[in-house]
Ligand binder design. Sequence first.
Ligand code: AMP
Ligand code: MG
Length: 422
Amino acid sequence: MISVEEALEKVLSYVDVLEAESAPILESQGQVLAEDIVSKIDIPPLDNAAMDGYAVRADDTRGASGQSPRFLRVIDTVIAGAISRREVTQGTAVRIMTGAPVPAGADSVIRFEDTDEAGRQSSNSHEIGILCEVRSGLNIRCAGEDIARGATVLGKGTVIRPAEVGVLASLGMSTVKVIRRPVVAVLATGNELVDISQPLPAGKIYNSNTYSVAALVRRYGGIPKILGIALDSEKSLVTKLRQGLDADMLITSGGVSVGDYDMVKDVLASEGEISFWTVRMKPGKPLAFGAFRGVAKNGSPRRIPHLGLPGNPVSSMVTFELFARPAMLKMMGKKNLAKPVIDAVLEEPVVNTDGRRMYIRAIITKRGNKHYARLTGPQGSGILTSMSLANGLVVIPEDTARARAGDMVKVIMLGWDEENNI
Ligand code: AMP
Ligand code: MG
């Protein structure tokens, strides 16, 4: 039995960063930039008004006040998207809307509220009274103040979030080069399993692992390829697994314990290689990992990493979070592979009977400036609703035989993603 750390190290040693692809910017969210993004334009492209008002020369406002307005001749109106061909010369102003380019000659924008516009009959007046002095540059957003032409705006390796999608759009980019998403083939094993599209005969259960695992694959940015259900026979397993050999990773659930029909290890041994098959953790001890022999597009031999998750629905989800997720993130070019971990006060005692690292499903709440962890209820690895109730996994170390109420514990926050880390 190896430790969680050793197991993770082995899993990660079998996966590499995938190739880059060109993706539409909106689809690239969560992916990692495969190139530096250098701006070809200034943003904003021209000096423009930050307020609705009048473009003026600051000099022309000297001495202006509510008691003694300075009157300027209005020579044009310019709205966002248009360009005024008039030049603001001494004694003149151009009426201007937010976002419109500042006309030549003007060095500031005075907002409507600081003019006598509101008191006038018509906004088409040829004259405007200025009610205060302004300084040069007031209410003007300068060309290139957000992004200067030639600047590296986003570096290679950046994870695309909504803000980056917006930045790319502001540069006029419709597609971007990112590390592609891993395709993860998902296969359930077990003679007892029935697909959700079928009625449930006596003695059978619905296959839930395929769906929880495929949902996790999607959540972490991968593309699930569902291979269905294999029977507990070597032939059925191999046939189904071969349909997944074009994937970047194979994930099976079930068939990894020591029962008569637990074939996954045998198949791994005959069709590839086993790296390990038990981990000192609970749930999730019977976790098998290795590589399946496949063929790359160019005909050369290829190893496809294969994670054999335990069949129990909680075990398969927990082991996915601990091993499949970081493997996927590594393939996607991410650097931070760990889920966020916080310290919390344990509210109930936990007994660790056999020296494995325990991952307890827990409900984490924040009271004052502390987090508290209470168990979701019974912790059997078949109780999938415990995962549904949980927002965190309390980690009880291997060498802790008993954790008491009031002890500080580490909690893996299931609901938080690594991009939230600061
Ligand atoms: P195994 O690891 O194959 O011995 O399975 C352990 C337990 O998990 C058994 O009770 C199985 O019926 C159950 N199980 C295995 N695969 C699935 C699945 N895909 N969906 C729901 N339960 C499963
Ligand atoms: Mg089974």
